[in-house]
Structures are given as C-alpha cells and as structure tokens.
Design a protein around this ligand. Structure first.
Ligand code: ISC
Ligand code: MG
Length: 466
C-alpha cells in the first residue's frame, strides 16, 4: 500500500492555500507516491460509486504505459473549431504554470497528466449522439494510477482556490483512503443482455461508397474513408467496467481506452497509434489495408500474402505512408521508415502496417504533431481537407470522437495519442459502434461493407453480441 504522508500533505496544502490567495488564482497541487502493484481494472472499478462518469482508462499495446484516472480536478473543454489544438495546449500550459508538483520520479506519465481527445471534425453538425462530449475535451483526474514499465504510482491532484483552506486536503486524504481500501479484484457481472442489433442504413452507406468511387476515378480526390454505425439495444444499463474488462482480456494487443463524460462512455480497442512523443523521440504508425484472419495457420498465411501483394490495399496504404512522412518531415530532423509494409495480425483482422520513428525539433509540441497528422488518410483521406469535406457531405454518421485523436499528455511534454477506431459509445441501455474503411478508385461497395462488418467484431464480442 502507499505510504500516506499525511503531515507532508498538509504542509504542502498550507503552501498551496497561501499561493492561491497571493495570486488570486486556482493552484494545482500534484503529488506522486510509489505503490505496490494494483490491478488497473480494479482501480477503475473502485471509482464506480464516487466517480462514475468521471473516469478514464488507457493501456498501450505493449503494456508499457497503463493509466487510470478517477474524478476530475480540472476540465479543458471547448467546441471552438479554429486552432483547437493550440488552445488546448495553451490552457494546459497556463494551468501548469503556477502549480506545485511534488514528484521525485523520472518515469513519464506520472504527476499532472491530462487525458482526452478531439472530435473527428468540429465543423460537422453535432447530433444528440455526441451531446455529452465537447469537440475538445480533456480531464486532469483527481487520482491517477500510472503503471509505467511495471512500476506503480499514484498521483493525487488537488485544485486549491483562493477560498479554500486546509480542510480541502483532509477531505482528499479521506477520499483517497476510501479508494485504496476498496480495491478488490474485479468480477465480471453480466447485468445487460443484448436485445437487438440495428445496422444503420447499410444500403444508403453502400450508395455513398459508389458515389465516392465515381469521384475518385475523376480526381483530384484520391481516397476517402467512409464509416457507418451499428446500434445495439440492451435490456439494462451497459456497465463500462464489464466492457472494459472484456476488451482488456480479448484485445490485449491493442490500445485499450475508456473515456467517460457526463454519463456516457466512449470505449474501444484500437490497433492504431497516431503519435507518441517521449522526449524528442517520435513514433507513429501507418495502418491501412485489411483482410480477414484465416481459420487455419496456412489459410491465414495465404491471406496475409494476398494482402501484401494486393494493389488496391497497397495503394490505400501508400497514401497513408506518404502523408505521415510529409507531415513528420516538417517537425523532425530525422525520420526512419521501412520502404515496404509488413503485416499486423490482430484477433479478427490483419492490416498493412508501416511503423515510423523520428527525432523531432526541440520546440515541437505533441499537440502540434497531432494537428499535423489528424486525420491521416487511414481515417480521413487524401488530399486531407478535400477528403474531410467530402465525409462531412456524404456520411450520415456523426463521428464524434470516433477515428479521432485520443490519449494523454504529461506535464513534461511527453504523451501519446491513438486513433480511436474499433470503438463504441455506451449510453445507458444502448451502444453505438463505429467502423470505417478506406475507399479508393478500385473499391467495391460490397467488399468495403464486409470489411466494416469485420471491424465491428471486437466491440461486438466485448458487448456479448458475438
Ligand atoms: C477506419 C478504420 O480503419 C482504418 C485502419 C486500418 C485499416 C483501414 C482500412 O483498411 O480501410 C482503415 O483505414 C476503422 O477501423 O474504423
Ligand atoms: Mg480498407
């Protein structure tokens, strides 16, 4: 268990109270403690009573970084479309400016960390579906569990206003003890059964693929990613912890994420990194081009070989590589990427995959990189702006946070964003699942339709529908 140095916390509290009064501003006090190992799912679950609707979960594919946040000590949110990445970064940096950070550890992703993301397209008309998520939305949690390369840390973030006194810190100690004492291992309880699965306008979607294919043949558009929705109806509230637990066990090779906001939960298992920044090292992923897994080892290998040699999929992939390379070249003094894609095999699907690494210039920020990259042609298309406009016009779906950057940034300018695909939005007794595919001049509506069906599988299974 964590050694809770209550006296120390109160001393720090005094310092914060006097600083907040002196500056007339809210002050963040952030403290990091090392802990014995904690099951991250149990930590998420421990917040069910006190912090339901204010939790997040993140795990990268290698388990190097696992983050679980409970409560909201500060929220950064806006529906502003212009310069949205810049504004989030500015608010984050301003918030950190006067903070008191007590962190003696060198690992990344401990101390003040913001978690959240952006909508796919802030200019698309918002529907009721995504009314609980602002176009830019980040939470700095009250309690952050960070498991970094197997080491466990607990960060406690307290925002102290000029009107607060020391009692604020006594309350925090009490609350924290409550969470730590309620950490018991998580047991799956299946309270919601699937009643109905509704495909949202599949014929209309196929028609839009045909329409886009015609345009692609005549240029200048080269690729447009089109997405659709599957709506699931249950007999009871769908518990985020149950779905998360299943994704964690069933899709462990992916980024696993959950992000609650105002009672809804955006959740998924994405295989695709947008960008990671650790110091000045940059990692990105080109992922586009898909085929199913085989039933036998041999069939699986043949399918993989077919994908590696398939012109339509190679083109779909090449557009992504070209764009990511170009975007990163602007910010990096050096980038390295293989000249041919390899296969990424995950539970239900295999993809063409090209990893990219780079070294960015000293003054490059993570959100600048996110802005340059989003959306890559794996989610938007090529050319970028024309493709996003086309999606805005022809796609019936309100994508919200689907296919958009979701991730974390720490106070030392490190962070990672995945592209939130293979995802769904839990809303009480309903869930909306999203899947899209890269439409190029050689695309056929029926096979793109089947590809999107395959991409629903991981979320469907986690929701008990497979
Ligand atoms: C847009 C999605 O997948 C993208 C990522 C990998 C492969 C893709 C494809 O082959 O079409 C898509 O570009 C999705 O899963 O919703
Ligand atoms: Mg595809």
């Amino acid at each position: 268990m964590v050694t809770i140095q209550e006296i120390e916390i109160k001393e720090r509290g005094l310092l914060a109270v006097s600083r907040a009064k002196e500056l007339g501003l809210p002050i963040l006090v952030s403290e990091v403690h090392k802990m014995d190992p904690v099951n991250p799912l149990a930590f998420f679950n421990a917040g069910k009573e006190l912090y339901c609707g204010e939790r997040f979960f993140w795990k990268d594919p290698t388990d190097e970084i696992v983050l679980v946040g409970l409560g909201i000590s500060k929220q950064i949110q806006s529906d502003q479309a212009t310069d949205r990445f810049f504004h989030v970064e500015k608010e984050w940096e301003d918030f950190l400016k006067n903070s008191l950070i007590f962190n003696t550890y060198t690992d990344i992703a401990v101390g003040p960390v913001m978690f959240g993301g952006f909508s796919f397209d802030p200019l698309k008309e918002k529907t009721e579906l995504w009314s609980k998520y602002a176009d830019s939305l980040f939470h700095i949690p009250k309690y952050l569990l960070s498991i970094i390369k197997g080491q466990t840390y607990l960060t406690t973030n307290t925002v102290c206003t000029p009107h607060d006194d020391l009692s604020l810190f006594s309350k925090i100690i009490e609350e924290r003890n409550l969470i730590l004492h309620s950490l018991k291992s998580f047991h799956q309880n299946n309270t919601a059964s699937l009643l109905e699965t509704i495909e949202i306008s599949p014929d209309q979607w196929k028609e839009s693929v045909d329409e886009v294919v015609k345009e692609l043949t005549n240029g200048p558009l080269k690729k447009v990613v089109l997405a659709r929705e599957l709506r699931l109806i249950f007999d009871n509230q769908v518990g985020a912890e149950n779905v998360l637990n299943r994704l964690y066990n069933q899709q462990h090779e992916s980024f696993i994420f959950a992000f609650e906001s105002n009672g809804d939960c955006f959740i998924g298992a994405s295989p695709e990194r947008l960008v990671k920044k650790s110091g000045n090292e940059i990692f990105s992923t080109c992922l586009a081009g898909s085929i199913s897994r085989g039933e036998t080892e041999q069939q699986d290998r043949l399918l993989g070989e077919k994908l590696l040699n398939d012109q339509k999929n190679l083109i779909e992939h090449r557009y992504v590589v070209e764009m990511i390379k170009e975007a990163l070249e602007e910010s990096c003094e050096e980038i390295i990427l293989p000249d041919k894609p390899q296969l990424m095999k995950i539970r239900d699907i295999q993809h063409l995959y090209t990893p990219v690494i780079g070294k960015c210039y000293k003054d490059t920020s993570l959100l600048q990189l996110v802005e340059r990259l989003h959306p890559t042609p794996a989610l938007g298309g090529l050319p970028k702006n024309a493709a996003v406009e086309k999606i805005r016009q022809v796609e019936a779906l309100d994508r919200g946070f689907y296919a958009a950057p979701l991730g974390w940034a720490d106070y030392q300018r490190n962070g990672e964003f995945a592209v939130s695909i293979r995802s769904g939005l839990l809303q009480g007794e309903e869930a909306s699942l999203f899947a899209g595919c890269g439409v190029v001049a050689d695309s056929e509506a029926e096979s793109e339709y089947l590809e999107t069906s395959l991409k629903f599988t991981p979320m469907l299974r986690a929701l008990g529908g497979k």
